[in-house]
Write a protein that binds this ligand. Structure first.
Ligand code: HEC
Length: 164
């Protein structure tokens, strides 16, 4: 009884302390729900996905140049230091003779497993998983793989390597 009287008097003294934050909470919750709804429809929008796929390839190009090109070459064609990553005979299904690779390369997921573990060979890790996926997307794109969605753990095993 005493408490409720106090609360009532507080409300009179500071009207904003109750209605202010409460109202803001409702507004914020509504905005959060709306933006969540927008985001989830946006995520299925083919145009948005295609733009993201293109942005991922561009990000991958930059990361490749920074972390891989010195050995695998600017056009991914290989150098005396490392094998080609695109073109005829590249990324063979079974590891080449003398390679430290153990897993067969059937899809982008297999290449990603290898790259995350062994590349770059000096043991440096790239900044993030997103960076690895971007490089993979760039490599796949360069190798002729076409996709309208970004590459990631959810679809990489369906991204099959094309061999010539
Ligand atoms: C310092 C040189 C060097 C750098 C930098 C480097 N690699 Fe390599 N990479 C190699 C060598 C050497 C091999 C062959 C290793 C083996 O077969 O055991 C290799 C193998 C590979 C293979 C497997 C090729 C095959 O046919 O088995 C892939 C894929 C690959 N690198 C991707 C990358 C990516 C992506 C990056 C950048 C994140 C990168 N590498 C950075 C030297 C390098």
């Amino acid at each position: 009884m005493k408490k409720s009287t106090m609360r009532a008097s507080n409300r009179i003294l500071e009207p904003n302390s109750v209605s202010g934050p409460g109202a803001w909470f409702v507004v914020c919750a509504a905005i959060a729900m709306m933006s969540f709804a927008c985001r989830s429809t946006e995520e299925r929008d083919p145009e948005v996905l295609r733009e993201r796929a293109e942005a991922q390839i561009e990000r991958g190009r930059k990361a490749y140049v920074a972390s891989c090109a010195e050995c695998h070459g600017p056009a991914l064609a290989g150098t005396h230091r490392a094998p080609a990553l695109v073109g005829e005979g590249s990324l063979p299904l079974e590891p080449p003779a003398g390679s430290g690779r153990r897993n067969p390369f059937l899809s982008a997921a297999d290449v990603a497993d290898y790259v995350v573990e062994y590349m770059p060979p000096n043991g440096d890790l790239l900044e993030s998983d997103a960076e690895y996926w971007a490089i993979l997307a760039y490599m796949m794109h360069f190798g002729g793989y076409e996709s309208d969605v970004p590459l990631g753990p959810g679809n990489a095993s369906e991204a099959l390597l094309t061999r010539r």
